[in-house]
Design a protein around this ligand. Structure first.
Ligand code: AMP
Ligand code: ZN
Length: 457
């Protein structure tokens, strides 16, 4: 199985630490608002990654954190407290906000037929461990205290930018113009491990600590939760490309300083979904959610089919007309799959399917193989169904999900009678229109020598 590794900049053969086992960490959602469909793109790609590992016989332990403590938009003391902004907006406590959006996130995952991670950990459940972690870093001389906060001193780490490979003097302290520079820092790239003072003093989530009452810096949770659940080394760490420059860079710096060992073998990053204005972002206010797509008549599977048509390492533009195209193609594909006979065991084209996914998760090629199965005249209908069912294990597009019957049987029989009458009169246009009307209601009709029969699609 070959995967692109951000830290080496090359597509590499995947070799795990323990044979047959994958230790995987995936940065989870910040739960101060709904996930936007851009966030969900990253989780869809991660699900394909997990299922491709499983297809190759690996046993995967996948950990995900839930960021339920006020994380600041950028690093350090920049930006705003997202949880507090969410709570103010909705007149709720930060804890209520976190619970609500965490549930909503896992609901979206389910709608997209994504597997639950093996382990999900909330950032706020590990405060005592963050404190212990910081104490060790302090003892080892990687930190300093200033203005009430504890900072990580990046000058102590010689290969600090080894993930992004952007030289320090070319890194920007903050991507946005309004960022306020934190005067407490010795070096602009230093980051906060523990806050007791920030520009946002109304932080509701605060805990006592030897450094003063306060709350943890954002990067800590992933390092500490990963150490607790996966041990000192792991195979693969995943997230969106926006995490390369700061979040993952800081995770590496603090974790390797803590353990004194190399930490992650493969760094995996998913590219962005772009809307008309460019990068989709939660803090921009208006954004696209799965619920919004559903309200406009698109199913989560239409969106997923659109995503799988392109490679996870390529930026992907999103427009409703592209989604319309995906919906159309998906519905036609599902019609063909639902019209197949009962599945029989069949491995035809499976090698090509596995090869496509093993080539750095080429989902677009994997989808082509799905169509190859349908076109293959050497297979019986049941064999096609059998082969496609195996592919569905990875793609999870709901291609075998029967449409629910929305109509009474009596109505169907009336329509069939109307159509037979139209055919008698050679009114093919009406006959076809009725067939289409039935199809839209989830009913397929078959003309045989004993008349017309029907079945749900
Ligand atoms: P967040 O909830 O903001 O922490 O983001 C959750 C995940 O979505 C992270 O792995 C981000 O890197 C990723 N992400 C954020 N914006 C986008 C986007 N526009 N397209 C794809 N992934 C994104
Ligand atoms: Zn993380």
């Amino acid at each position: 199985m070959k995967l692109y590794n951000t830290i080496s900049g090359a597509v590499e053969e995947f070799v795990p630490i323990n044979p047959g086992q994958v230790l995987m960490y995936t940065c989870g959602p910040t739960v101060y608002n709904y996930a936007h469909i851009g966030n969900l793109r990253t989780y869809v790609s991660e699900d394909i990654l997990v299922r491709t590992f499983e297809l190759n016989g690996y046993d995967v332990t996948r950990v995900m954190n839930v960021t339920d403590v006020g994380h600041l938009t950028d690093d350090g003391d920049d930006g705003e407290d997202k949880m507090l902004t969410g709570a103010r907006r909705e007149n709720k406590t930060v804890w209520e906000i976190a619970k609500h959006y965490e549930e909503a996130f896992f609901e979206d995952m389910k709608k997209l037929r994504l597997k639950d991670p093996s382990i999900v950990e909330r950032a706020t459940d590990h405060i005592a461990n963050y404190i212990e972690f910081i104490k060790v870093l302090e003892k080892k001389g990687y930190t300093y205290r200033a203005g009430g906060n504890v900072y990580f001193d990046v000058s102590k780490v010689p290969d600090y930018t080894k993930l992004s490979k952007v030289p320090l003097d070319q890194l920007q302290t903050g991507a946005r113009a309004e960022v306020v520079v934190d005067d407490n820092k010795k070096n602009p790239y230093d980051f906060v491990l523990w806050f007791t003072k920030s520009r946002f003093d109304q932080q509701e989530m605060r805990w006592p600590s030897p450094f003063g009452e306060g709350y943890p810096g954002w990067h800590l949770e992933c390092s500490v939760i990963a150490l607790e659940t996966l041990g000192e080394q792991m195979d693969i760490h995943c997230g969106g490309v926006d995490h390369i420059m700061t979040h993952h860079t800081n995770e590496i710096a603090q974790t390797e300083s803590y353990t004194g060992k190399p930490w992650v073998r493969y760094w995996w990053h998913a590219e962005f979904l772009l809307d008309a204005e460019g990068k989709m972002s939660k803090s921009r206010g208006e954004f696209l959610t799965l619920a919004l797509l559903e309200a406009k008549g698109f199913s989560p599977m239409h969106y997923k089919y659109y995503l799988l048509g392109s490679h996870y390492r390529k930026q992907l533009p999103f427009t409703f007309s592209y989604l319309e195209g995906a919906k159309d193609a998906y519905e036609k594909l599902r019609d063909r799959v639902l019209a197949l006979d009962e599945p029989e065991t069949c491995n035809a084209h499976m090698d090509d399917f596995v090869a496509a996914l093993n080539d750095d998760l080429n989902t677009a090629s994997a989808l082509t193989v799905v169509y190859d199965v349908l076109k293959d005249d050497t297979l019986t209908s049941g064999q096609k169904a059998g082969a496609l069912m195996q592919m569905e294990e990875v793609l999870q597009l709901g291609l075998f999900e029967k449409r629910e019957l929305q109509v009474e049987e009596e109505w169907v029989l009336e329509k069939i009678a109307e159509r037979s009458a139209a055919k008698e009169k050679k009114d093919w246009e009406t006959a076809d229109a009725i067939r289409e009307e039935l199809r839209e209601k989830g009913i397929a009709i078959m003309d045989g020598k004993d008349g017309t029969t029907w079945k749900p699609l």
